[in-house]
Ligand binder design. Structure first.
Ligand code: R5P
Length: 302
């Protein structure tokens, strides 16, 4: 069955790469902005009876990305696609997945319900903030780990440390990344994992409680799903260095990198930063980017 790959605006490079790797057509779209601010998105390519792969993170500005995605999906559906597989590499609103304070909405569930209306065949995301988010959907929802990308990366730069388990520690900067950190630990020859206790003294500020984990003279890899302000990783790496860690490397699946994140790059405590390209922005010098395209292509290998 013929395949065709689309993105609207969020993951254009990734869509091109996936289409090249699959040896299939890259879908063409038309976007019109009207005087009153409304938008119209439609496919200019024929999708009839094709397997359609749509790749679009709902990254900032999330509302625009989400709405243009919904319009493209409607256009594709009306075009008679055989199957539609929707990849949302970075799922915006995923951190609003529970009520923390009275009268708060569960925004993530609202977004899930909206996406259900698109009636695609499957929605796939990567390292989503909380694994239970899948339960918000009626549509089949798959959360794919990006562990293999980071495994290959660290094997290429830290081979000696990985071969000696006494030298390396995988660090979860809070309880939310525990499972992710264990996946990476398992992939790196069962490297030990420690979990730090994070708290937020104010919104967008992160601090850590003292830890009695032994990291003296060890290479620490901190694993997180999102780098937003960078506060979590700065605080965690400072704690590890204060405890005598030899070096601290950080990896995160989604480089939101919003306000204040420049501090992260200036931090002297951090030896290396690696992220995926789930959010396509201008690349920042000093950050290493890993492509998620092979993870998408893997799903279509016969
Ligand atoms: C929080 O629960 C997430 O897993 C990340 O740790 C958080 O979003 C990172 O945000 P920031 O970079 O602003 O500390």
């Amino acid at each position: 069955m013929e395949k065709i790959v689309f993105s609207v605006s969020a993951n254009k490079k990734c869509a091109k790469e996936v289409a090249n790797l699959l040896g299939c057509e890259e879908g063409k779209i038309q976007i019109n902005h009207f005087q009153d601010g409304e938008v119209m998105v439609k496919t200019k390519s024929d999708v009839k009876d094709k397997i359609v792969i749509v790749i679009q993170s709902t990254s900032s500005p999330a509302h625009e990305k989400l709405f243009e995605l919904l319009l493209l999906l409607d256009s594709i559906k009306r075009g008679g696609a055989y199957k539609i597989y929707l990849y949302i590499p970075y799922f915006g609103y995923s951190r609003q997945e529970r009520v923390s304070f009275k009268n708060e909405p569960i925004s993530c569930e609202v977004v899930a319900r909206i996406l259900d209306t698109a009636k695609v065949d499957k929605i796939i995301s990567f390292d989503i903030h909380h694994k239970d988010i899948k339960d918000f959907f009626k549509t089949e929802f798959i959360n794919k780990p990006t562990t293999s990308l980071f495994k290959n990366y660290y094997e290429s730069i830290l081979n000696d440390e990985i071969n000696d388990k006494n030298n390396i520690v995988i660090v979860s900067p809070d309880h939310g990344s525990n499972e992710r950190a264990h996946l990476l630990g398992d992939a790196l020859k069962n490297a030990p994992v420690i979990i730090l206790d994070k708290y937020r003294p104010a919104p967008n500020k992160a601090e850590h409680l003292k830890s009695d984990a032994d990291v003296k003279d060890k290479t620490c890899i901190i694993v997180d799903d999102i780098i937003d302000t960078g506060g979590t990783l700065i605080s965690a790496s400072k704690l590890l260095k204060d405890k005598g860690a030899k070096k601290v490397l950080i990896c995160a699946s989604h480089a939101v990198l919003s306000k204040n994140s420049k501090k992260l790059l200036k931090s002297k405590q951090i030896a290396d930063i690696v992220v995926t390209n789930s959010i396509e922005k201008r690349k920042i010098k000093g950050i290493n980017y890993l492509s998620i395209s092979p993870l998408i292509v893997d799903d279509f290998k016969d």
